[in-house]
Write a protein that binds this ligand. Structure first.
Ligand code: CP
Ligand code: NVA
Length: 308
């Protein structure tokens, strides 16, 4: 069963195939309106359940549009309106949904929900973000980087800020796609050791550098994300902001990176907090390409899951 649970759990050849397929499918759609169907309709007759236990704009819309472009149908389900949110087990939910739908995408809090869903479902399950990782985002980001700058292999990516779920999937990708990564942020918000160790094991360089200006020296790509994620307690907001202020991505920080370094943010952004508008809207920013590429990358992920 081809579940897409995490980047480090997916074979590097499969990951490369997904990125290449996404690029081919994207270029085949050039000049078409968003609602126009693709020439081939691999998802014709297929039903996809999209389950959200957290808010979403990009994941929700890009999965929905992607399935429709490929000829399939979607069912948007909010966790709180399902029996899942009222005591039914994840295992039973997975078994039941498998009798109705061909593919399940879930955005949830605890990773164990995703893992249990995949264990008991008879259909592929896709991780649409958990507290720990966000693999679909990083597939879109790899596609975006390579569209602008060619192969990401051997490049230097710098993550500035909170070592969160999106950072974790970037570390997984470093190991699988073969790029180096430097994390710069306060020690309290370092990425989990497990993620760092796994990437290092695959032979890439993973560094931690507390000085953000030193960290971005020689960077090909600078990435950040919100300082307070959906799973973080709002009461920690002020403390997190105080810890992270020095890691804001602004023009001065970007000036320390390579002149052609790209800037990425998975969005939603809190402008003038983790990144300034000057950077977000600057010439090296590809944040809206990343958002668009969620659509193309996830279409390729779904095809891989379904073997289509
Ligand atoms: N980047 C991302 O996953 O955005 P949403 O929360 O809007 O889905
Ligand atoms: N780190 C953010 C990503 C949102 C797409 C969060 O989990 O809220």
């Amino acid at each position: 069963m081809n579940h897409f649970l995490d980047i480090h759990k997916t074979d590097p050849a499969a990951l490369r195939g997904i990125i290449d397929n996404a690029a081919v499918m994207k270029s085949a759609r050039q000049g078409r309106s968003r609602g126009a169907p693709d020439d081939d309709q691999p998802l014709a007759g297929q039903m996809v359940a999209l389950i959200f236990e957290k808010p979403s704009t990009r994941t929700r819309v890009s999965f929905d549009v992607g399935v429709r472009q490929m000829g399939g149908q979607t069912m948007l389900l909010s966790g709180s309106e399902m029996q899942l949110g009222h005591g039914e087990t994840i295992a039973d939910t997975a078994r039941v949904l498998s009798r109705y739908v061909d593919l399940i995408m879930i955005r949830t809090f605890d990773e164990s929900v995703l893992i249990e869903m995949a264990e008991y479902a008879d259909v592929p399950v896709i991780n649409g973000l958990t507290d720990r990782t966000h693999p679909c985002q990083i597939m879109a980001d790899i596609l975006t980087y390579e569209e602008h700058r060619g192969p990401i292999k051997g490049k230097k990516v710098v993550w500035s800020g909170d070592g969160n779920n999106v950072c974790a999937s970037f570390l997984h990708a470093a190991g699988q796609f073969g790029f180096d990564m430097t994390f710069t942020g306060p020690a309290q918000l370092d990425p989990e050791e497990e993620f760092i160790g796994l990437a290092r094991k695959s032979g890439v360089r993973i560094n931690i550098e507390r000085d953000p200006h030193k960290a971005v020296e020689g960077a090909d790509l600078v990435v950040t994300d919100t300082w307070v994620s959906m799973h973080d307690s709002q009461s920690a907001k002020e403390r997190r902001h105080n810890m992270l202020r020095a890691y804001q991505v602004n023009e001065a920080l970007m000036a320390s990176a390579k002149p052609d370094a790209l800037f990425m943010h998975c969005l939603p952004a809190h402008r003038e907090e983790e990144a300034t508008s000057a950077v977000m809207d600057g010439a090296n920013s590809v944040v809206f390409d990343e958002a668009e590429n969620r659509l193309h990358a996830q279409k390729a992920v779904m095809r891989w899951c379904l073997g289509l």
